[in-house]
Design a protein around this ligand. Structure first.
Ligand SMILES: Nc1ncnc2c1ncn2[C@@H]1O[C@H](COP(=O)(O)OP(=O)(O)O)[C@@H](O)[C@H]1O
Ligand SMILES: [Mg+2]
Length: 264
């Protein structure tokens, strides 16, 4: 019922990895939807809950095909799959041709995901720019997360994107925007400097969080699961982020049963 988008402004700072980890930590039922037109890789990198490979044909594209006449929120869960660990995912597209089939659908996904009953949706938008089609989902989001590393030019790109987001959806009464800074646990000072710079800018973020650079923890979300993921610095660094994002969007979550109770 709540839509949370996660994206980057530049490069590949770990958006998909963070989306999967947040999904795993989410306190309510959730679907991680891969809405990165540059290519889906969750189905390629994560095994299914039963250890088999995920079905590449089931996901965003099969959902759009099934909803050709009428794309309804209750269709979404017919196209999700469960990955190892129990998280439900909606696989993205893999080929440019498949992406072309989605051209006219981007404006529909935001309202669609925000209306899925009993589930929140965390949408991985990949890299967003001024003209990218997945920007359409930002307008339906109840919380926005942006991932960045500490490279100065990437931080500059992030600030440009934050200005865009704030002018369209943010501001004091708008949707909260959280920034996830991917950096070595030793680089707390660099993260504090980014937080300080963002706090001084007009486009205030709701929170600037330090996400630990940690290969073993991140590799869990490449399907290489060794030991308990919950104990890795990466996953631990996302625990407060998941809690804060979930808290910020809690009022949007309603179960179908709760809705029925209210009606009766
Ligand atoms: N916190 C992290 N620590 C270490 N490696 C990471 C972290 N986050 C992502 N990675 C690695 O960086 C690469 C890109 O991550 P990915 O999540 O696919 O990025 P994006 O979705 O932004 O393109 C992957 O190899 C992933 O394992
Ligand atoms: Mg990605």
């Amino acid at each position: 019922m709540a839509l949370i988008t996660i994206a980057s402004a530049k490069g590949s700072p770990g958006v998909t990895t963070a989306a999967l980890a947040l999904g795993g930590l989410w306190p309510r039922p959730v679907i991680v939807a891969e809405c990165d037109p540059a290519g889906g890789d969750i189905a390629l990198r994560m095994p299914a809950a039963d250890g088999q490979v995920l079905d590449l044909q089931t996901g965003l594209l099969s959902l759009v095909a099934a909803g050709r006449k009428s794309l309804q929120p209750d269709l979404v869960r017919q196209h999700t799959q469960t990955i190892v660990g129990g998280l439900e995912i909606l696989a993205g597209v893999n080929l440019p041709e498949q992406n072309a089939a989605l051209t006219h659908q981007w404006a529909l996904f935001g309202p669609l995901f925000a209306e899925v009953e009993d589930f929140d949706v965390i949408a991985d938008l990949g890299r967003i720019g001024a003209m990218t089609p997945q920007n359409n989902l930002l307008g339906s989001a109840q919380a926005i997360a942006m991932v960045v590393d500490t490279t100065p030019s990437n931080v500059v790109h992030l600030r440009e994107r934050l200005a865009y987001i704030h002018s369209h959806h943010g501001g004091p009464l708008g949707v909260p925007v959280h920034v996830l800074v991917h950096a070595s646990p030793k680089r707390g000072q660099a993260v504090r400097e980014i937080r300080y710079a963002l706090e001084r800018s007009e486009n205030k973020s709701a929170g600037v969080h330090h996400v630990a650079h940690d290969e073993r923890g991140a590799n869990v979300f490449q399907g290489q699961i060794k030991g308990d993921p919950a104990r890795t610095p990466f996953v631990r660094s996302l625990v407060p982020v998941a809690a804060e994002l979930a808290q910020a969007t809690q009022s949007y979550f309603r179960t179908s049963t709760a809705a029925e109770v209210r009606v009766s």
